[in-house]
Design a protein around this ligand. Structure first.
Ligand code: FES
Length: 56
């Protein structure tokens, strides 16, 4: 599933980033540019991030 359309960031990419040790939205923004364009993906990205962290 694509989370951030502007930067073509999928849920899988976010999961990979979490596997690599990222834990916060600012870190995700820096690495993948999630939410840095229109910002519409912010809450979805946050939800995916939280789910990934809970599954760890
Ligand atoms: Fe992510 Fe636009 S959809 S910044």
């Amino acid at each position: 599933m694509i989370v951030c359309v502007c930067h073509n960031v999928s849920e899988r990419k976010i999961r990979q980033a979490v596997d690599e040790g990222l834990t916060t939205m600012p870190q995700l923004r820096e690495k993948l540019d999630v939410g840095t364009c229109c910002g519409k993906c912010h809450s979805c990205a946050k939800t995916v991030l939280r789910e990934c962290l809970e599954e760890r």
